[in-house]
Design a protein around this ligand. Structure first.
Ligand SMILES: [Zn+2]
Length: 500
């Protein structure tokens, strides 16, 4: 995600009451029958109620039927294939913004109820550990946000797009809404003829029946729920070739295709540049979705990054800046999408790296030296740490704060950490580490500890002390090689990310 440097409405955290896991191993059936359904989570420090224990999703099949009005609920069927990792009397799914009509487990009707932001499903019979299960939920998916909820569907001028990061996929479809449980996705969208629907991955075809067309897409790589994308609009889909034949497809409002073409034409070279830094593009396709929407951010949805169309052509944003934001979302395809954070406290691995390549691109292509940006970031870093926590231990989302956990401490604050690391271990080792990181953890999830381990292995020495200070220190450690860099008192630091 990259944030546009201007105010936007606050995004409130999602309120949930605390829940306790059933502790007793005795009389499980009696307890299960008697105890009220309660919301569960996988124990994420920042989002305690995201995800659910007891199963591992392998595939989602999402079907949406769009009426043509983006303020009306879509009809939807979500089918989840999963393996149980423990015996389950109930299965908790995350789902908080739609009406559930029916639930089946393995083809049999199942009872269901809501608890907090969970949909709690009780199958006819207890599900043993280590078994495959299929859950089918018929529901609606409401594109109009409820009070205190933000994210999920984005209403555009001509239809819908999606922005689920970090905790909003379950406002769109029932799921195990945590990046630690990635899965394959098949996404079908039925829309009135005249609309074009596009989703993550490759097209499997479209079928026109009467007044509506159904479009089907499939991801060829596992994906986190937060990275799902569905675009429905009066759109043109433009195809071109990326490096070594990579299919590139962009989705833009039909009326704007000519005006946006100079921007779209940049993507193949940007991919080639990223490949020269870290290795092959990790997915089956790439492209940008330029939507007529006012989100206040751009988002790295897998294989199809979301941008606000109006950024391009706005004289407030010079082209070098927009280029760097395009590269920011592109680099997330490696850092954040292919290699996903195991927990949301690892999000600095996403944003630190995306900011790094955004800055490196500006240095190499627009003569804006990274060292200047990093010196400015150093000046502000202590304040960012005080406001948002150190990069490795971000503060939880707070009421009234912008965009949940996405604060400067995990953007330029974390890129500064990577700069310190490059200063510490040298350019060759740093570049080797970056390539190894995305290769070793491709299509998977990884932790901060994994990064520290790999960096130490590449450098040939224990970097735990170095990382501890930079990741978790209240104050920014001295910058290796720049002993003169100092924290700057409030008001004196250059304001970052405002384009000039
Ligand atoms: Zn980002």
């Amino acid at each position: 995600m990259s944030l546009k440097p201007r105010p936007r409405p606050s995004r409130r955290p999602l309120g949930r009451r605390k829940a306790a896991l059933l502790a007793s191993a005795v009389s499980v059936c009696l307890l299960a029958a008697a105890a009220p359904a309660e919301p569960l989570g996988v124990g994420d420090r920042l989002y305690p109620y995201l995800g659910n224990p007891g199963y591992d999703v392998t595939a989602y099949d999402l079907s949406f039927t769009y009426s043509g009005a983006n303020d009306k609920p879509l009809r939807a069927v979500t089918t989840i294939d999963a393996h149980t990792t423990t015996a389950l009397d109930r299965v908790n799914l995350d789902f908080a913004h739609g009406k559930v009509e029916s639930v089946e487990v393995n083809g049999r009707p199942a009872a269901f109820t809501g608890a907090g932001e969970d949909l709690v499903v009780t199958p006819e019979h207890r599900l043993p550990k280590g078994r495959w299960m299929r859950i089918t939920v018929k529901h609606t998916s409401d594109p109009v946000a409820a009070k205190d909820q933000d994210g999920g569907w984005v209403r555009t001028a001509d239809g819908l797009a999606m922005a689920n990061q970090a905790d909003a996929a379950h406002l769109v479809f029932p799921c195990n809404d945590h990046p630690s449980d990635k899965a394959r996705f098949t996404i079908r969208i039925t829309a009135p003829n005249g609309y074009t629907a596009v989703a993550n991955g490759v097209p499997l075809g479209s079928e026109r029946v009467g007044a509506a067309t159904t479009w089907t897409y499939r991801t060829l790589h596992p994906m986190a729920t937060e990275l799902a994308q569905v675009s429905i609009g009066r759109s043109a889909v433009l195809h071109r070739q990326g490096p070594h034949g990579l299919p590139v497809r962009d989705v833009v409002p039909s009326a704007d295709r000519k005006a946006l073409e100079p921007w779209l034409a940049k993507t193949p070279d940007q991919i080639a540049w990223m490949e020269s830094k870290v290795g092959d593009f990790p997915f089956e396709t790439y492209g940008v979705l330029m939507a007529q929407a006012d989100t206040g951010f751009e988002l790295e949805t897998q294989t199809l990054s979301l941008f606000e169309k109006d950024l391009f052509g706005d004289p407030a944003y010079p082209s070098w800046y927009l280029d760097s934001i395009m590269v920011h979302e592109l680099s997330h395809q490696w850092f954040g999408d292919s290699v996903s954070p195991r927990t949301w406290s690892d999000v600095w691995l996403n944003e630190g790296h995306a900011t790094w390549y955004e800055s490196l691109y500006s240095e190499e292509k627009a003569h804006r030296p990274m060292v200047d940006r990093m010196k400015a970031a150093y000046g502000a870093s202590d304040r960012w740490r005080a406001a948002g926590g150190p990069p490795g231990m971000p503060k939880p989302p707070q009421p009234g704060e912008k965009i949940s956990i996405f604060r400067p401490n995990i953007y330029d604050g974390a890129a500064l950490l990577l700069y310190a690391l490059r200063q510490e271990i040298g350019r060759d080792a740093f570049e080797r580490l970056e390539r190894l990181w995305v290769r070793e953890h491709r299509d998977s999830t990884a932790t901060t500890a994994d990064f520290v381990r790999l960096a130490s292995a590449v450098a040939g020495r224990d970097l735990n002390g170095f990382f501890h200070d930079w990741l978790y220190g209240e104050k920014t450690p001295p910058m290796p090689g720049h002993p003169d860099w100092k924290s700057v008192a409030q008001g004196k630091a250059p304001q970052l990310r405002i384009p000039k």
